[in-house]
Design a protein around this ligand. Structure first.
Ligand code: NAI
Length: 389
């Protein structure tokens, strides 16, 4: 299979590696020669590390490298069976590239986008044959993260969707199919992990370290929300939240936080800037100040964990209610895309649907904010005494 990748930055170069490893002939295209040189150099380093670890041998390294050609002319992608675009997140620029690309490739070439926040329908509209367009959304770093969200636009043909799913499975990835709605699955359902943690902090209930400790020790999350926001970058994480909030017509459930906005404005971006919610040393490790100590109040920790968890469950349940994905794909997306210790719907079953409804109603009764409304699906399931799985 001939695969054309458009954009050789963080995502494009990772996707090229995935496709080449699976035996595809890849052409990686970028307008910036320096980006192509960097992509080539990083692949060399990554493959040498894999040899050191004994995962591949030199012939495998040669095979992967010879499968990738670095090109600086869009026309060079003319013989592609599938193209995946991973350029700058700008609708006008993407549309221009898609429309030019379509004039070079064959009638049956699938034209996919790796966009995180734009609608696939809006990108597809730039094509003469919009039915060949689909969203294929990888997670960073693409070679390591197992999950790929596949997103059919309303224009996408069934055949294009099925072929795309099969190809991604052939590349040894796990597919979750998502509806073309803001944030798809992961970037929507994960919002309360950050948003509710920030809200708890803003109310003065607990500090960053205590909130992180609650989620890690009681929930088994690998990183607490504040560590994770620092890791992602407060600028990047804030922008995703703001984009999702706007795209959902300002639903208060996705409301961004002033705390994170101020951190971002101040340049306290997290690990990459040496300071975020925590301070970092030159190796990117958190520096714990000698006077900092998370609270040992177990009741408080439990309250924090319950509140964040039930908001996450509510988000997943509501996404299922609105047919964004199947229950199975919803849970696969969160465990394989963002390494949650359990799928949120399975977690809801474990806690009990009645527990979820009760906790959400308690929050709603306390705040009287629409943000805390319980999903109609949870309420119905509770009434009918049914579980997700
Ligand atoms: P990046 O900035 O690392 O790379 C973008 C590359 O595209 C650059 O090398 C740039 O030279 C090239 N480029 C820009 N305009 C171009 C054009 N008109 N023609 C050809 N090449 C062009 O960006 P990154 O992070 O790889 O993101 C790319 C896409 O993937 C975006 O749509 C983003 O939303 C999406 N995405 C990003 C994730 C991430 O964690 N970084 C995760 C999942 C999706």
């Amino acid at each position: 299979m001939n695969v054309g990748i458009i954009g050789g930055g963080t995502m494009g170069s990772g996707i090229a590696q995935v496709a080449a490893t699976s035996g595809c002939k890849v052409k990686l295209y970028d307008t910036n020669q320096a980006a192509l040189d960097k992509a080539k150099g990083s692949l060399e380093k990554v493959l040498l590390r894999l040899i050191e670890k004994g995962r591949i041998d030199t012939s495998e390294k040669d095979r992967i490298q010879t499968n990738i050609a670095y090109v600086s002319n869009l026309k060079d992608l003319a013989d592609s069976n599938l193209t995946i675009e991973a350029i700058v997140e700008n609708l006008d620029i993407k549309k221009k590239v898609f429309s030019e690309l379509e004039s070079y490739v064959a009638e049956d070439c699938i034209i996919a986008s790796n966009t995180s926040s734009l609608s696939i329908a809006s990108i597809a509209a730039a094509l003469k044959k919009p039915e060949r367009c689909v969203g294929i959304h990888f997670f960073n770093p693409a070679p390591l993260m197992k999950l790929v969200e596949v997103i059919p636009a309303i224009q996408t043909s069934k055949e294009v969707l099925e072929k795309s799913i099969q190809t991604i499975k052939d590349w040894k990835k796990i597919v979750a199919v998502a509806k073309d709605t803001p944030g798809f699955i992961v970037n929507r359902v994960a919002r309360p992990f950050y948003g509710e943690a920030l809200r708890i902090y803003e109310e003065g209930v607990a500090d960053f370290a205590t909130i992180d400790h609650s989620l890690k020790s009681l929930g088994g999350f690998r990183m607490g929300p504040f560590e994770l926001m620092d890791f992602i970058g407060n600028d990047v994480n804030y922008t995703v939240t703001e984009t999702v909030f706007t795209a959902f017509y300002f639903d208060p459930r996705y409301k961004p936080s002033f705390t994170q906005k101020r951190f971002s404005e101040a340049g306290y971006l997290g690990r990459k800037s040496g300071k975020g919610f925590y301070d970092y040393d030159a190796n990117g490790r958190i520096v714990i100040p000698s006077d900092a100590k998370e609270s040992q109040d177990e009741k408080l920790a439990q309250q924090i964990f319950n509140r964040v968890l039930v908001m996450l469950i509510n988000e997943a349940a509501d996404a299922l209610f609105l047919n964004i994905a199947s229950a199975e794909d919803m849970d696969i997306a969160m465990t394989k895309g963002v390494n949650y210790p359990k799928g949120l719907l399975a977690w809801a079953d474990e806690k009990g649907i009645d527990w979820c409804v009760e906790k959400l109603d308690a929050l709603y009764n306390e705040y009287h904010e629409d943000r805390y409304r319980c999903s109609p699906l949870l309420r119905k399931m509770n009434r009918e005494n049914i579980t997700f799985f």
